[in-house]
Structure formats: C-alpha cells, structure tokens
Design a binder for this molecule. Structure first.
Ligand SMILES: C[S@@+](CC[C@H](N)C(=O)[O-])C[C@H]1O[C@@H](n2cnc3c(N)ncnc32)[C@H](O)[C@@H]1O
Ligand SMILES: [Zn+2]
Length: 201
C-alpha cells in the first residue's frame, strides 16, 4: 500500500492533512513565540511519523518535545533521538505518566472501539487549549479490518475508529473539542489511513 515517504504509515493524503495541522499549531497566536511544540503520539511503531514531524518542525526553526506511547506488541525497535520520551505500555494504563500541554496529539495505537474511546477520553484532556488532536485510520473502507490485539485477531476488536468518534459525539457540539478537518485518500489503492482532527477548546 502506498505510504508517504515522510511520515511512517501515513498515506500521501494523510501527510497533507498532518502538515496542515502542523501549520495550524506552528502559526497559532499563543504558541507563535514558543521555541518548540509538544507532541504526543499514541502508537510509535518504528518512529517514522515521529521523525517526520520532528523534521517538519525543524524546517520551521522549531524544536520538538516528543512523547510517544507504545506497547511494542509487535516487537518493533524504536530508534528515536536523544530527548524523545517513550512510555512503554498499553495506552489504557499509562496516561498518568504523560504530562499536560500538547500542541499536537496523534491517536494511532490500537484501533479497536475501547482503545480509541479511552485514548480520546484520557489523552485529549492533556492537549493544550488551541492544540490539535488527530485520530488516524478513519477511512470508511478500513472500518472492521482485522488487527493484532494482544495476540488475538477478531472482528469485534478490529478497526472501529468511526464508531468511536460517533460514540464520543465528536462531530456535534462537544464541550472539549471542535472538528477541524477530516479526510482520506480517494485513490482506490489506499483503503486505509485517513485523519480526523479536532481543536481543543
Ligand atoms: C498503526 S501503528 C502506528 C504508526 C505510527 N503512528 C506511524 O505513523 O508511523 C500502531 C502502533 O501502535 C502500537 N499499539 C497497538 N496497541 C497499542 C496499545 N494498546 N498501547 C500502545 N501502543 C499500541 C502497535 O504496537 C504499533 O506500533
Ligand atoms: Zn484495542
């Protein structure tokens, strides 16, 4: 499946949406004078998207205060840079180890209903007001896809991002976030990916 060459498992359309959101937090009136942006990524995988975000911020003369959460269930080796924080564990149980104040939060760990709902409920409150919260894999075609879930692969613990977003009521008037952007690749070869982004109120 085609991926962008800059951001891990993101499609080229995902990469455009991600860069649009990065531009929003780079130019935000409150953060504008700050020297770095705080980024939280749930689901680090091999760190491809983390590195892409770091490079994009550096190209705008900004540093990154990166926090990743990864349960390493597939045994990946994460080669990030010195100073990057990685919290190892199931995102359900490690939210107390992450600080407050992220300008960008990317929810891209386990895509089952429970995890997406709980990741949003636990990590969205850590976003700085004006920060962006992105949820990956909202492409309608990949809903219900099987995924490795702690060694199990069953339909009911497959990808359920859209249902989680609807269950949380994120598309309608929500007390914590406002819908900013939603999109995915229209290339028939890309039946996965897709990003939905919210601004923290
Ligand atoms: C789709 S990949 C992330 C891709 C990465 N964000 C990128 O764009 O390059 C999902 C990652 O989440 C991790 N993961 C799955 N379930 C998790 C959980 N419950 N807690 C933390 N990490 C999890 C997997 O091990 C995998 O590395
Ligand atoms: Zn799950």
């Amino acid at each position: 499946m085609p991926t962008s060459d800059k951001y891990g498992l993101m499609t080229t359309r995902d990469a455009e949406i991600l860069e649009y959101c990065l531009d929003v937090v780079i130019t935000h009136k409150e953060f504008k004078c700050w020297k770095e942006r705080a980024v939280l990524e749930i689901g680090v995988h091999t760190g491809g998207t983390a590195l892409g975000i770091k490079k994009y911020l550096e190209a705008h003369n900004l540093g990154i205060n990166y926090w990743g959460i990864e349960n390493s269930q597939e045994g990946q080796i994460h080669k990030l840079w010195n100073g990057a924080h990685v919290i190892y564990g199931d995102s359900l149980y490690v939210a107390d180890k992450a600080p407050f104040g992220f300008q960008l939060t990317l929810i891209d760990g386990c895509h089952c209903l429970t995890h997406v709902v709980m990741d949003f409920l636990q990590y969205a409150p850590l976003s700085h007001p004006g920060g962006i919260i992105l949820i990956h894999d909202c492409h309608p075609e990949c809903q219900g896809a099987y995924q490795n879930h702690d060694g199990f692969s069953r339909k009911e613990i497959g990808v359920n991002v859209r249902k989680a977003v609807d269950l949380l009521g994120l598309r309608v008037d929500h007390p914590m976030v406002e819908l900013l952007i939603e999109g995915w690749s229209l290339d028939p070869k890309d039946k996965w990916g897709g990003l939905i982004g919210f601004i923290k109120k």
